[in-house]
Design a protein around this ligand. Structure first.
Ligand SMILES: Nc1ncnc2c1ncn2[C@@H]1O[C@H](COP(=O)(O)OP(=O)(O)OP(=O)(O)O)[C@@H](O)[C@H]1O
Length: 305
């Protein structure tokens, strides 16, 4: 759906993208996570041909739209009709109402009149702006503006939704509703690529996460695999009982005698198999085993450190 290869974007003296590669597959909800200034907006703007990278390759819907420092404008225009985009900093027309705003955008997409009204009503309902449909946008809160921007992005019923920090400025209820809309898009077979610097925004709703740090992709995997990988590095505390002295020596492991034939083993890696073998060979007994999984927050912080 979207493939980016070795993208480089240099702004004067800032190397915002430093050989970034990533792939968004059809039907995925891909969370593009990274701290402020990591290069998320630069990636999105490059993908849409709104800024010019210097090197690399971009493919959308299997069509090569950028290569060797040049966009193929014809192809870009064609594929962009199938994309919905919600920018991070967008200007809305303050003197228009949501209905008038969406009407104008629908005209830009040449949506037939008969379809237009129905589509606008559905979208206002979807993003929760039905009651504010005829109010001037100038009076809207940040959250209401975000909702209208999302409705704009959906007007052409896009196959691929690209959202730049869509949940910033939303309250917890708004975030939950946004996540629901994203889930509904996925159910309808759409692909969603959205950026965030807040892990909690991507955690429940994405099936794949890409972490960008200083213009490079540090990690791209499913949340499930990321957790699995880091579970290997989880901390284990095991209490064993044995009438033989424990002389178990291994790296990243410490054994403390607690008296009364009890020993505490603390390991900073997955030692479950070793423990099993040890206990079986020594006729010992495992009394308790505690695993301290790192939270995704800790994993993310470690990556961006
Ligand atoms: N027009 C520009 N001119 C010069 N430098 C820029 C420009 N736009 C972005 N940068 C720099 O490029 C780097 C990446 O910025 P970008 O906006 O892509 O990051 P981001 O991950 O989207 O961050 P944020 O979440 O803060 O928007 C930053 O160091 C930023 O200061």
């Amino acid at each position: 759906m979207l493939r980016i290869e070795k993208l480089v974007k240099v702004y004067k003296d800032v190397r915002a993208l430093d050989g970034l590669s990533l792939e968004v597959k059809p039907g995925q909800v891909y969370g593009f996570l990274g701290p402020n200034g990591a290069g998320k907006s630069t990636t999105i703007l490059s993908t849409l041909g709104l800024i010019f990278p210097q090197e690399g390759r971009i493919e959308l819907f299997g069509e090569e739209v950028f290569r060797d420092g040049k966009f193929d404008e014809g192809r870009l225009v064609k594929v962009k009709a199938r994309i919905g985009y919600m920018p991070e900093h967008a200007t809305l027309w303050d003197f228009l109402t949501p209905v008038q705003t969406l009407d104008t955008i629908a005209d830009a997409f040449k949506i037939p009149k008969a379809e237009k009204e129905k589509r606008i009503n559905e979208l206002l309902d979807l993003v929760g702006l039905k009651d504010a449909r005829n109010k001037k946008v100038g009076k809207f809160s940040k959250g209401m503006r975000q909702r209208l921007l999302l409705a704009q992005a959906l007007i052409n019923d896009p196959e691929l939704l690209i959202l730049d920090e869509p949940m910033s400025g939303l309250d917890p209820k708004g975030i939950a509703e946004f996540k629901d809309i994203i889930r509904e898009q996925k159910k309808a077979g759409k692909t969603v690529f959205f950026s965030s610097h807040i892990l909690a925004h991507v955690e429940e709703v994405c099936d794949t996460v890409g972490v960008i740090v200083k213009g490079k992709l540090r990690l791209e995997d499913s949340i499930e695999n990321i957790k699995k990988e880091f579970l290997k590095k989880a901390g284990y505390t095991i209490l064993i009982e044995t009438n033989k002295p424990v002389d178990w020596r291994s790296a990243e492991l410490s054994v403390t005698s607690l008296g009364e034939n009890k020993y505490r083993v603390v390991a900073s890696r997955d030692v479950r198999e070793e423990i099993h073998d040890y206990v079986a060979s020594q006729g010992a007994k495992v009394l308790t085993m505690q695993v301290k999984e790192p939270s995704l927050e800790e994993i993310f912080l470690k990556l961006v450190e």
